[in-house]
Design a protein around this ligand. Structure first.
Ligand code: ASP
Length: 443
């Protein structure tokens, strides 16, 4: 058994968190490759080291004095080193960083130092080999991640290294050697890439919640964690705003058939959420999760005999494509077709799109609705269960919420409903409550 373990910023924000992490790692001999994030927030309102680095570098870039900001960053690491009773000396590292900041080494270089320095401390603390991803994780000059090449590099580099700490979030441009980061939250991707390279059996992603939650905790009180979720379900929920894992972290492990286990550093005994390709595990709530987003608008197009007019849909879509607008959903009736788009994106091009639709399709009417929210009720269990849609609709009706749109994907993996923005939170709560029994045993 071989596990790659990634720890997020809140898991590595202080010496105390480092101690928990070491306990977790040493409790299981299979946890051989460790990916670290930069120190995150220690308390609400605290600043992540990555953000401190960006700010510090901006000053350096503008030629302003950045000594105080750099001293604050040093203090964050010193607190960890001292708290762990280590003798890790970062003096030279910081001198190099200061020099490189003055030489304008780049925003990505600056941000990457958060993971780099934390990795040095972690390697020291665990007695693991430190591997600098700048030597193995490659990007091309346009910033595209070179997945296959990186996979080969890492596989070669790690084959004779029994245990290693590999900082997350960055690599370098292959041709220039310049440090390059993934987008924010990118340590998740490094974890996934390393898991694939070493053919891990499991990728554990340690964070500060006990797994993916059934609903947004800012809307629903104490939503239950999801025990197991498939990649496709996760994609549906993430698309609708549930943030768990960097989206690009799925692909490398999915390709290699490696499941991901989301775990809580502050409650390691909790099972967390298993993310996998497929599972026979069923959820006792039928639905796996509910998530949604506000800020959509709909364009409702009506034309008599639309159904028999060949090329009608294509021409409608053409109007959006020509204006560079991506379409979110497109439910249709016999003589009506509705297109959902992001309102802010649409607003700018509104008249141009409408004009083109009229020119291309001569509809009988077009009518617009704004400030809509879309909610996805997701669950692999829906297929085998009668009445799921009915339950969603009754929940909304019981709360006097008007449903503006219904769309059920052919996969029967989700039901999407559109409601007014102002009904969004209530709708999520109503749907959640109708599926998740808040009786004893759930919490
Ligand atoms: N430290 C980086 C960030 O804050 C990357 C990560 O934590 O995954 O985005």
């Amino acid at each position: 058994m071989l596990k790659v373990v990634k720890f997020g910023g809140s898991s590595l924000a202080s010496a105390n968190q480092f101690k928990k992490v070491k306990e977790i790692i040493t409790a299981d001999d299979a946890r051989r490759y460790v990916i670290d994030s930069a120190p995150g927030k220690r308390f609400p309102g605290d600043i992540k080291v990555t953000d401190m680095l960006y700010e510090c570098y901006t000053l350096a870039y503008d030629g302003d004095d950045f000594s105080k900001e750099l001293a604050d960053i040093k203090a964050r690491y010193k607190e960890i080193i001292d708290g762990l009773g280590l003798s890790t000396d970062l003096t030279e590292e910081f001198a190099t960083i200061e020099k490189n900041f003055k030489d304008k080494a780049g925003n990505d270089y600056a941000a990457s130092r958060g993971e780099y320095l934390n990795g040095l401390i972690m390697a020291d603390y665990l007695g693991y080999t430190f591997i600098d991803p700048a030597k193995y994780v490659f990007f091309d000059e346009e910033g595209n991640f070179l997945a296959d090449e990186t996979n080969k590099n890492l596989a070669d580099a790690l084959k004779d290294v029994d245990r290693a700490v590999i900082p997350g979030f960055y690599g370098s441009v292959k041709t220039t050697g310049k440090v390059k980061t993934f987008s924010r939250g990118g340590s998740d991707i490094t974890g996934s890439v390393v898991a694939r390279a070493v053919c891990a059996d499991l990728y554990e992603n340690w964070t500060d919640v006990s797994g993916v939650l059934t609903a947004d905790p800012r809307i629903v009180d104490n939503p239950v964690p999801i025990e197991a979720i498939t990649y496709r379900e996760l994609r549906e929920l993430s698309y609708m705003g549930a943030s768990v894992l960097h989206e690009d972290a799925i692909f490398p492990v999915r390709k290699a058939g490696i499941p991901i286990n989301i775990k809580n550093t502050n409650a390691p005994e909790d099972p967390g959420t298993l993310i996998c390709e497929t599972t026979v595990k069923t959820t006792k709530h039928i639905i796996t999760g509910v998530a949604g987003k506000k800020g959509f608008c709909s364009i409702n197009i009506e034309k008599d005999m639309m159904n028999s007019e060949i090329g009608f849909c294509r021409r409608i879509l053409q109007a959006f494509e020509d204006n560079g607008i991506s379409i979110e959903h497109m439910p249709s009736g016999i003589d009506t077709l509705t297109v959902f788009v992001h309102q802010t994106e649409f607003e700018e091009k509104e008249q141009s799109v409408l004009n083109e639709i009229i020119k291309l399709t001569s509809p009988d009417s077009i009518d617009l609705e704004s400030n809509l929210a879309l909610i996805a009720v997701v669950g692999r269990g829906m297929k085998s269960q009668r009445g799921t849609a009915g339950k969603v609709f009754s929940a909304l009706t019981d709360h006097n919420i008007n449903i503006r749109m219904i769309d059920q994907g052919s996969s029967e993996l989700n039901i999407i409903v559109g409601v007014a923005d102002e009904d969004f939170e209530q709708a999520i709560k109503a749907i959640y409550d109708s599926f998740v029994d808040r009786g004893v045993g759930d919490f």
